[in-house]
Ligand binder design. Structure first.
Ligand code: LHQ
Length: 272
């Protein structure tokens, strides 16, 4: 496991994104708690920039996105939209959409650690992670139709793939609130942890991921994302190409050697 790193800790507590890296896990915290971390442009652009920085940082093997205070993210800051000279389309293309693309193409696992309410584009952000971990009191609301908008920032892509078309439509049309028990049953999250121990449980889970073979996980993420949009033929071709990259990497040798030597593999090395 890489050494604990405090080099990238945010020191300014008024920063919209707080960053802390510990034991290979970079935690990015949306930090507008008074507004349930509702997103303005600064928050969206800073989060995308921090994700890119974490991707380039050799000390980071897993990224966690979470929220400060009692909310995860309440979607677009509705106090910040009036008087804009951008269209909705321009706004999405300049801020939300690059962020969602960054998460899904990042060469490292991204965990959405949903500590509280996730609404509107905040729900999309909660869904965009490779793994979704929820606190018991978290809830997700596809709240867009309450203000007569369509779901954006990837919700129309993520949600039906997880819960099916009709359930997705119902959640969107009625802006129904999904609590953590229902989310677990529906497959909107992988695990629910107690509120009291949530961030410690997230860190422990993320450290498990951080110990896994980073190159293989990067290629797995790429293969899965491609497979979600492609045909079986394309997936088979893509798997064969990516398997070559995985098989040629030292991680593969280490895995096979460890198996033969009947020991646990060590996938964390300086050359990563
Ligand atoms: C907020 C917000 C918020 C500002 C809570 N803004 N202050 C849209 C437009 C353009 C382009 C791109 O895409 C989008 C996509 C979208 O995201 S549309 C959806 C926008 N979000 C919403 O409509 C959610 C609005 N918020 C709510 O309905 C509630 O706050 C929820 C259900 C999230 C939580 O309810 P509560 O737990 O009862 O909290 P609260 O309502 O009391 O909120 C706490 C504070 O946070 C409060 O401020 P205050 O000064 O009164 O304490 C809210 O005004 C503020 N806040 N969401 N989006």
């Amino acid at each position: 496991m890489p050494h604990d790193s405090t080099a990238h800790d945010s020191t300014a507590h008024d920063s919209v994104i707080l960053s802390r890296t510990r034991a290979g896990v970079c935690t990015l915290t949306l930090n507008r708690p008074d507004k349930l971390n509702a997103a303005n442009d600064e928050l969206l652009l800073s989060l995308a920039a921090e994700l890119k920085r974490a991707e380039a940082d050799g000390a980071v093997r897993v990224v966690v996105i979470t929220g400060a205070g009692r909310g995860f993210c309440a979607g677009q800051d509705l106090g910040d939209v009036s008087g804009r000279d951008m269209t909705f389309t321009e706004h999405l293309n300049a801020t939300y959409n690059p962020l969602i693309r960054t998460i899904r193409t990042l060469a490292k696992p991204v965990i959405s650690a949903v500590n509280g309410v996730a609404a509107g584009a905040g729900a999309s952000l909660a869904l965009a992670g490779d793994i979704r971990l929820w606190a018991q009191s978290a809830r997700l609301i596809e709240i867009f139709s309450n203000i007569a908008l369509v779901p954006d920032s990837g919700s129309t892509w993520f949600l039906p793939r997880l819960v099916g078309y009709s359930r997705a439509f119902e959640l969107m049309a009625l802006a129904e609130r999904v609590d953590s028990d229902a989310a677990l049953k529906m497959g909107l999250c992988e695990h629910v942890f107690a509120d009291e121990t949530f961030m410690a449980d997230v860190q422990a889970y993320a450290e498990r991921l951080a110990a896994r073979p980073a190159n293989a996980l990067k290629l797995t993420k790429q293969a899965l994302n491609d497979a979600l949009t492609g045909t079986l033929d394309e997936a088979l071709d893509q798997e064969a190409a990516l398997q070559q990259l995985a098989g040629d990497h030292w991680e593969h040798q280490e895995g096979v050697t460890a198996f033969k030597e009947k020991r646990a593999p060590n996938f964390v090395r300086a050359e990563d």
